[in-house]
Design a protein around this ligand. Structure first.
Ligand code: CU
Length: 235
């Protein structure tokens, strides 16, 4: 004999099963992890400076490949190769800024949404120039006296290289992102992609000298999905 309360539970279960609103949307999580150099750390490269030493210094470590103490790769770009269905990018936030300090771009790698603007600043007491290398976006080559800010809008998804023709070691990268799931690794290779709905994804990891690797990752209902990815040639 079924009690009335059993009937009630049965009805509630039926409603929950048939009405998606009663279940609610799946909770999005974060993909967190690190990008590590696959092989032993290569010898550090030094750039010898023989121009404008009064601002730029006499030498500095190359930033082509910056590794943390535990093989962490700095300035790698981690993104979802395909964004979750229904995600079509986001409204551009305020301008992203890249400064030039002692003849180095700071930061070296920035992410800007498609249609967004990067403001290039010049905090140095000398002339720089901004020379872009790109195929999708319009290229530019602008001289930049001290103190002047040069805003540049980027319209197509692409990784754009920026060099200074006056100081050959200067290099920056503008990652024009078509969706919000992009991150740049920190000093220990760490990164986080937040608000990722549950699903199967391919992570794409790009680094300017180590190339590109991919890694499949599944986000379930855990708040954090951890991933460690190696990049570069193994010995
Ligand atoms: Cu320069």
């Amino acid at each position: 004999m079924r009690r009335p309360s059993d009937r009630l539970i049965g009805i509630v279960a039926l409603v929950v099963a048939w009405c998606p609103l009663a279940v609610g949307p799946a909770v999005a999580g974060s993909i967190k992890g690190a990008v590590l150099h696959a092989g032993p750390p290569p010898e550090k490269k030094t750039v010898t400076i023989n121009i404008d030493q009064y601002v730029c210094g006499k030498s500095r470590e190359s930033e082509d490949l910056v590794l943390g103490p535990n093989r962490g790769v700095r300035w790698a770009v981690v993104s979802l190769q395909t964004p979750p269905p229904g995600v079509r990018g986001e409204a551009p936030p305020g301008p992203v800024q890249v400064d030039q300090q002692q003849c180095v771009y700071v930061p070296r790698v920035v992410i800007v949404p498609v249609g967004g603007t990067v403001e290039f600043l010049n905090s140095d007491r000398l002339l720089h120039n901004l020379h872009s290398v790109s195929t999708e976006n319009a290229t530019f080559n602008r001289t930049q006296p001290k103190g002047r800010t040069v805003p540049v809008a980027f319209k197509k998804p692409e990784i754009v290289r920026i060099d200074c023709d006056l100081h050959t070691w200067m290099r920056a990268w503008v990652v024009v992102a078509e969706h919000p799931f992009f991150a740049v690794t920190g000093a220990n290779g760490e990164f986080a992609l937040d608000n990722v709905p549950p699903g199967k994804y391919t992570l794409k990891i790009w680094h300017e000298t180590l190339g590109t690797v991919t890694r499949d990752v599944t986000v379930d209902d855990k708040p954090v999905t951890s991933v460690v990815v190696e990049i570069g040639k193994k010995p």
